[in-house]
Design a protein around this ligand. Structure first.
Ligand SMILES: [Zn+2]
Length: 121
């Protein structure tokens, strides 16, 4: 059994799938917005003392004091092994890459407040 995943592949699965989308749509974990914070039912302790950090794309349970990346979440919720969880993420229906929207946003942000290029004056 030689099938391994490249670190790049794993990096992409951890970072390009928005963790809140995985919680809501991919794994269908009960979730809610309270006080403007996205919260989900922790698969370990079944409490809503949680939040997600879009900057790191990690989900956190304050009660368990645990961070979950996308792969950890799948393993915890589906009680599946690492390889199986990675395959689940790779083949998740409706998987949307965060990269496209983020690139578009970055391009937009870069255009704001920038001096007008010489040629266009
Ligand atoms: Zn917990």
């Amino acid at each position: 059994m030689k099938k391994r995943f490249s670190s790049r592949e794993l990096f992409e699965l951890r970072n390009d799938i928005p963790v809140d989308m995985l919680i809501k749509d991919g794994l269908q974990i009960p979730s809610k917005i309270s006080d403007g914070v996205f919260r989900f039912l922790c698969p370990i302790c079944n409490e809503f003392q949680t939040s997600v950090n879009p900057a790191t794309n990690l989900a956190r349970c304050f009660r368990c004091e645990r961070n979950f990346n996308t792969i950890d979440l799948v393993m915890s919720v589906r009680r599946s092994g690492f390889k199986e969880s990675v395959l689940f993420l790779k083949h998740m229906p409706g998987k949307v890459s965060k990269q496209n929207s983020r690139q578009a946003l970055n391009a937009l942000a870069a255009g704001i407040g920038q001096p007008i290029p010489q040629g266009l004056k």
